[in-house]
Design a protein around this ligand. Structure first.
Ligand code: SF4
Length: 370
């Protein structure tokens, strides 16, 4: 591999990584520009194996999106509906939302992952009652709910501080925050694709506050639309900087742009090569966040499996009721069983481990024929 790294012009980056030095913006851009995907992947895999060996995590989770009514107009979004009267708009009653968990009483779920549109017509008690009800139905379930964009919207709409919103949601049962809503932190891109929702600084500040309150969170990056390589690496470095400060992020999650049924449908979806490169560069640049996750709904199952050799150590989970990507044309199934995830990981030559949201191991799948 040494001659290959040399031919790819990556000797100095290899030296830095071996010496435990951090990569810079320029290094990250060079990795994106490098045409030798396997050389970049090899470096990322070495870093992945240093931290996690062959271990590959997933969890038994359920996604819920109780409302898609949203006042924002993100160009890449196929999920949101501005008007509650739109035929595709929906808002679940609390009973309907709780019923989604009740009907899975036989499933050993460990996490409920909830995100929504920014709905102007619901009282704050809808969200606190939602969480309280889920905890009553299943007290042990981990509630990973509401992106920082939602938290900012709640604060503005209900006239509270971001911290107050987080504290009240925690009192109702909130256990952690998902990483959605980060998109690309660069102002140039945000102005074009998501100008009317919370900005990068506030997104990061809400995660900072959450970390100080004791919540763990994730951070995402939406790639494959109008962003430059430099903007991707800048995004990674901003996430890394907050992690250096608080240590509260668990996973960095690149999310592939999907072009169906949204205002950016003229753009192609990112290629498999680009997806593998993004995950690999994330592993190399975002050195202080322990896990790099391939969200298989966004990458596609085959690419997520391949990414396990390109820096990725986490595959999210069973998911089960995903709407956001499927309304944008994702051809993946809406859910996978833990047996399917186990087979997928094992077939890639990796070691599957079922975790909970906080990366405690809850099950080591037995060796059965793949
Ligand atoms: S991405 Fe989120 S905030 Fe933006 S339009 Fe869609 S649901 Fe609303």
């Amino acid at each position: 591999m040494n001659s290959r790294l040399h031919a790819a012009g990556l000797d100095d980056i290899d030296d830095k990584l071996r010496a435990g030095e951090r990569l810079t913006l320029d290094d990250g851009v060079r990795l994106f520009e490098c045409p030798d995907l396997l050389a970049v992947g090899w470096l990322a895999n070495r870093e992945r194996e240093k931290r996690h060996g062959a271990r590959t995590y997933f969890n038994y989770n359920l996604r819920l999106e109780p409302t898609n009514v949203c006042v924002a107009s993100c160009l890449f979004c196929s999920f949101a509906r501005l008007k509650p009267t739109d035929s595709a708009a929906y808002t679940m009653s609390l009973e309907q939302a709780w019923g989604k968990l009740r009907k899975r009483a036989n499933q050993p779920l460990t996490e409920l992952h909830i995100v929504n549109g920014l709905n102007p017509d619901l009282p704050f008690s809808y969200y606190t009652d939602l969480l309280k009800g889920f905890k009553q139905i299943r007290p042990g379930i981990h509630l990973k709910c509401f992106t920082a964009v939602e938290i900012a919207y709640f604060a503005d709409l209900y006239k509270m501080s971001d911290e107050q919103v987080l504290r009240e949601l925690m009192e109702a049962g909130l256990d952690s925050l998902p990483g959605g809503g980060a998109e690309i932190f660069a102002e140039r891109v945000r102005r074009k694709i998501c100008h009317d929702k919370c900005g990068a600084d506030r997104y990061l500040d809400i995660h900072r506050i959450a970390h100080h309150l004791g919540l763990r969170t994730n951070v995402t990056m939406l790639y494959g639309h109008i962003e430059t390589f430099e903007e991707r690496v800048d995004h990674m470095l901003r996430a890394r900087a907050l992690q250096d400060e608080t240590g509260g992020f668990q996973a960095f999650i690149p999310l592939a742009f999907h072009p169906d049924n949204n205002q950016m449908r003229k753009l192609p979806a990112p290629s498999a090569t680009d997806t593998l490169k993004v995950h690999a560069v994330a592993r190399l640049v975002v050195d202080s966040i322990p896990h790099i996750k391939a969200f298989w709904i966004a990458t596609g199952v085959d690419v997520a499996q391949t990414a396990l050799w390109f820096g990725v150590d986490d595959l999210d989970g069973t998911v089960q009721e995903e709407k956001i990507y499927h309304m944008a044309g994702s051809p993946t199934p809406e859910g996978m069983t833990t047996a399917e995830l186990t087979r997928l990981v094992r077939a890639a030559g990796r070691e599957p481990l079922e975790r909970d949201t906080l990366y405690n191991i809850v099950n080591i799948p037995e060796l059965t024929p793949a």
